[in-house]
Ligand binder design. Sequence first.
Ligand code: NDP
Ligand code: HSE
Length: 451
Amino acid sequence: MTANAKNGVWGADRPIGVAVLGMGNVGAEVVRILREHAEDLRARVGAPLVLRGVAVRDLGPDRGVPRDLLTTDADALVARADVDLVVEVIGGIDPPRRLIMAALNAGKSVVTANKALLADYTGELAAAAEHSRADLYFEAAVAGAIPVVRPLIQSLAGDRVNRIVGIVNGTTNFILSAMDETGAEYSDTLAEATRLGYAEADPTADVEGFDAAAKAAILASLAFHTRVTAADVYREGISRITSEDLETASALDCTVKLLAICERVSAGPGEPSPEDGGKERVSVRVYPALIPRRHPLAAVTGAFNAVVVEAENAGRLMFYGQGAGGAPTASAVLGDVVMAARNKFYGGRAPGESVYAELPIAPIGDTPTRYHVNLQVEDRPGVLAKVAGEFADHGVSISTVRQEGHGSGARLVVVTHHAEESALVDTVAALAEMTSVTSVTSVLRLEGTEE
Ligand code: NDP
Ligand code: HSE
């Protein structure tokens, strides 16, 4: 008998039955690793992990696994008495929500990579897990292979996280990096991303920021001990970014990235400050923004992801790696499978949901950021002063102004100091009405500067 078997409450010869729901990009790799590394996994857990079945939609294709492992009846697979641990890698809300709830209600451990589901239903899933004392793990749901969920839940459990800034969507990072490097337009780089298999046939979830918003909601919930759902996240995608935006960013020694930002901000207007017993708030937002090329996230190119966490005592931590792909994502799933299986073997439990802080969500309108405003203007004396006057009239302070081109091609590129979104929106509306402003070509936020 091994030391593990001696210490365990499960019994070294008693297998831990695993059901895998879904055998697509991620599920196929989960199944491969479970089968190829069965002996190592047994040694790490203390008991054998036995694959009881794999649920798919279509039994037709040869998937390189014995046919009798495959089923289209995921509900029946989850309900099997010899299944102790369920891996959900189907994606979407239904049927995963129903299947995971069934597993948790039956006291079975669940590992999922499903950010869309978690961003809206973590409360329901966590309550079911708590009720039946089951485990719910989801490391792969944010930034694929990169360990960021567990560091937030466990390693930083004794610290206070103030801010998270991340590139958490590989498809959009691939597109923006390619636009930056080649000067190509958005539509051409999206076509290239689709050809290379980064972007899906319907790229909406990635390019419009829904995928990143779901991940931001999960990160913010963990970091601030507050339930944040996808609806709480302010979201803008990258589909309106042009090669000209990248060009003007470059002239400022910046690039453009789709950022997920989760941070503590001060109490709302008219409310007492945290020092006076009021509550600070949480701002969670996803949008394309300029960042200086010297910023660590500017060096994250291609389909890679990175997450920077700032904590009161730990300081700044950066996590970098592959945020998507079958094998990288399966690596994170298997890490969770081993954790959940060890808990069965030794009798431990995954940490439950922590939402004790219940911080209010700050609306985007009162979250100050810096802005980069690009204007097509008439090239004649006094225009710059009038443009500057509109910023001043709305209480928006200008940091720099640069003129590019001349005559009918004259452009003004204005960079502001921190300003509230509502003030900037009013400024832009006023600028658009000016006869000397031909058009407001773009308004982008600027992040990652000290000012
Ligand atoms: P895929 O679309 O490649 O695979 C989905 C799988 O689920 C397929 O095998 C499909 O069966 C199966 N399936 C769909 N509906 C059902 C159903 N009703 N019953 C049983 N099986 C069903 O998805 P991915 O592998 O790319 O993603 C899976 C999850 O992992 C998602 O939540 C995703 O967000 C997450 N994720 C994915 C990453 C990635 O890089 N792909 C990265 C991080 C997270 P069939 O094969 O028969 O069609
Ligand atoms: N579609 C996502 C991305 C991977 O492009 O990063 C799954 O989260």
